[in-house]
Structures are given as C-alpha cells and as structure tokens.
Design a protein around this ligand. Sequence first.
Ligand SMILES: [Zn+2]
Length: 238
Amino acid sequence: MLAGTETRHGRTVRWAFTARPGGQSVAPYASANVATHVGDDPSVVRANRTALEAAFDAGPIAWMGPVHGVEAQVLTAPTAIVPNVDAIATTQVRLPLATLAADCVPLLLTAGDLVVAAHVGWRGLADGMTSSLTRLLGERGIDPASALVLLGPAICGACYGIPRERAEQIATACPEAIVQATSGDPGADIRRGLAHEWRARGAEVRLVGPCTAESPEHFSHRRDGVTGRQAGVIAWID
Ligand SMILES: [Zn+2]
C-alpha cells in the first residue's frame, strides 16, 4: 500500500492506494481484491474491505460503483455503496471515499474543503472527467489551481495499445494522452493525459505508483482479464 498524509489549510488529509498483497482472495483475485463485481467470493471481498478500513483507520469507507461516466456525487453522510457514479466527494471528516481500478486511473483530489475520489478510464478522459471535477470545484468557489491531484497505479501508454479510431477519439479531447505503444499501435496513457489537464489548471499533480500491467503487485485487467481491483482511498482526518 502506498499511503500518505497531507496538511491542507491546517487540516489533515489521509490517502492510500492499495495493491495485491495482504488479502484473503484466491486466484485469479489473489489476494487483496476489494471489488464485488468481478466474480470473487463476496464474503472474502467483505473481509478484504474490512481489513482495509481497519488499516486506513478513518471510519467506514464509501465505495462507488463506476459506470465509465463523468458525473460526481457529493456525500454528506456515510454511505456504504454509491452506485452508478465515477466520482464521489465530501467535506465531511472521517468519511473515506474509495475508487476501484485495475488499469484505469484511481484519482484522489483535495481542494478547498473537499476530498474527491474518481475512476478515470479512456472514456472518462475523453468525456471530460477533468472538466466535470473542475465544475464541481467551481460551484463551491474553489480554484482548481489550489488542488492536489494524486494519480494512482494505472496502465502506461506503452502497455495500452488501442485501435486508431479510439486514439483519434481520445486525442480530440486530450492529445497529450496518446503515445506509441510497444505493440506498434497508438497507446493511451490516461494518467499522462490527466496530469497534463490538471497541471494546465495550475494544480499540483503527483503520479503515485507503477504501471499496473508491468507490476506483479497490482491487478491489471489488460494483462490478466478476469482479476481483482485495487483501491484509492481519501479522507479528511480532522
Ligand atoms: Zn506499462
């Protein structure tokens, strides 16, 4: 697990990106799978989630059910499951927000009085997740230039070859995300694209963790097909 704390406006934000080791799931989900929608034993996933909650130590985690959209939902009270949304946010203390991924980008953000967790794949990038989150900040009078954006373990462009038509679709929104893949095809580097978009808004961006497809310590859907998901988690501590 890669984890840290940040001090923002005299308050503390805790964040973490999980990895494969240390859980109870067996192959092909071994071992710390925290996703319920991938075919793993639900009771084992529950145990893995409980262990993560204990380790993160900030209260019950709110889990989203991503649909590759760009909508964001603000939570005002603890909620176990937030279905059909790819970004959740809160101002509440000790209300940890989790995003799931296995090649897509787990994005954690803090700005003003908000913490945000989001799931961003090529579709979310192309459809404007960055604009959606910028709008969320703007509605609350928060300057995106004040944001800290943590982009967790995700597949790199060299490993993520895509068809040319899809590359063109992504490039229309974010040309910086298109690179050359080792397969010879165009490659989509979603993390690179997001980093560019947030830096262009003046935000501080950190890339945290390796390429998932190159890391045996991480779940990679592209590499393994049926597999688990890792999480990004963020919360206000005080
Ligand atoms: Zn890679």
